[in-house]
Design a protein around this ligand. Structure first.
Ligand code: 8YV
Length: 331
């Protein structure tokens, strides 16, 4: 009988996923879910055939240098691969896979929630009834927000998630604008009634709401730099469910503090789990809504992600190309 691959999983996964992994592989699971240190990751790589990391693991060149001869596959539990030095892995002959597609709709739902949250003061309003005993009742001029319908939404990154956000946003009466490395097909543009902006700078200057939906790569690091953020209208809102690194977080916090933007709703941060204290203060003042990286946090989504990881490992060890290989062109 063929030896079962030793699969090291760095974090706790949904029960059904772990059970299936135990059935198929020699699975080394993380029962107490404590994040692994860099040295623990390095040690795991010396023995593993497969590593299953998550966004909380930094699989950098130093960790990869400790990889033993058996390590053939890094099957990331997650879509984003910025937690892995993929080039170093590929140079060592290690295949890398991710979990695209299965978290698109959940992340787009959360993005839509955040698009509504700040202008319509949802998080702020939700605190009034339970926390403040002095709600004296409805008033025509109390807690007024801003209308969503008829506003311009600028999507930065029109991939799967960006398009899923656009589909939802159209139903809310937003007009769809986007910037992307490559223009999407005329068919998709037509379906979404989306306007393409080749110049990100020009788009930013004209939007009411900007949603970041691109991956974090060397090319998108601080894509929304201090200079670009300054191009936004004072009445604009910024939403980010992609990666914190795409926005210069400090510059954004400073502008919000100075009242140079209407608000922001962020699900991701530059140095997770640390969040810029200025943003935390602004959240207490109800100028921003901050979520703890919940974009894909549904039971269904996490089970589907686990299923993808399993299929990637299984096909790889059955001698096939795993369906979600990360290719150099994607970096
Ligand atoms: C996941 C994500 O929670 O898949 C991604 O890229 O950002 C998240 O939704 C995380 O990556 C799991 O590793």
């Amino acid at each position: 009988m063929k030896k079962r691959p030793l699969v090291v999983v760095t974090r706790r996964l949904p029960d059904v996923v772990e059970t299936r992994m135990r059935e198929l592989f020699d699975a080394q699971l993380n029962h107490d879910d404590a994040p692994m240190s860099q040295s623990a990751l390095g040690e795991a790589l010396t023995v593993a055939d497969v590593l299953v990391p998550t966004v909380t693991d930094r699989i950098d060149a130093a960790v990869l240098a400790q990889a033993g001869p058996n390590l053939k596959l890094i099957a990331n539990f997650g879509n984003g691969i910025d937690n892995i030095d993929v080039q170093s892995a590929l140079d060592r002959g290690i295949t890398v896979t991710n979990t695209p597609g299965v978290l698109t709709e959940d992340t787009a739902d959360m993005t839509m929630g955040l698009i509504l949250a700040v202008p319509r003061r949802i998080a702020e309003g939700a605190r009034v009834v339970p926390d403040e005993h002095d709600w004296t009742g409805w008033s025509p001029t109390w807690m007024l927000g801003r209308r969503i319908w008829g506003k311009r939404l600028g999507i930065v990154g029109m991939g799967r998630i960006g398009q899923a956000v656009a589909r939802r946003a159209r139903a809310f009466g937003l007009s769809i604008h986007y910037h992307n490395r490559r223009r999407v097909s005329p068919h998709v543009e037509e379906q979404l009634e989306a306007t393409y902006w080749e110049s990100l700078d020009q788009m930013l200057a004209r939007m009411d709401i900007v949603s970041v939906n691109c991956p974090h790569t060397p090319a998108t690091y601080h894509l929304l730099s201090a200079r670009r953020l300054k191009l936004l209208k004072k009445e604009a809102y910024v939403v980010n469910t992609a990666r914190g690194e795409v926005i210069d977080e400090l510059a954004l916090a400073r502008m919000l503090e100075a009242g140079e933007l209407a608000g922001a709703a962020l699900d991701v941060f530059e140095n997770e789990p640390a969040v810029n204290p200025k943003l935390v203060k602004l959240a207490r003042q109800n100028k921003v809504v901050l979520l703890p990286h919940l974009g894909s946090a549904t039971i269904e989504g996490r089970v589907d992600m686990g299923e993808k990881v399993i299929v990637n490992i299984k096909t790889f060890f059955d001698g096939h190309r795993p369906p979600d290989r990360v290719l150099p062109a994607m970096l």
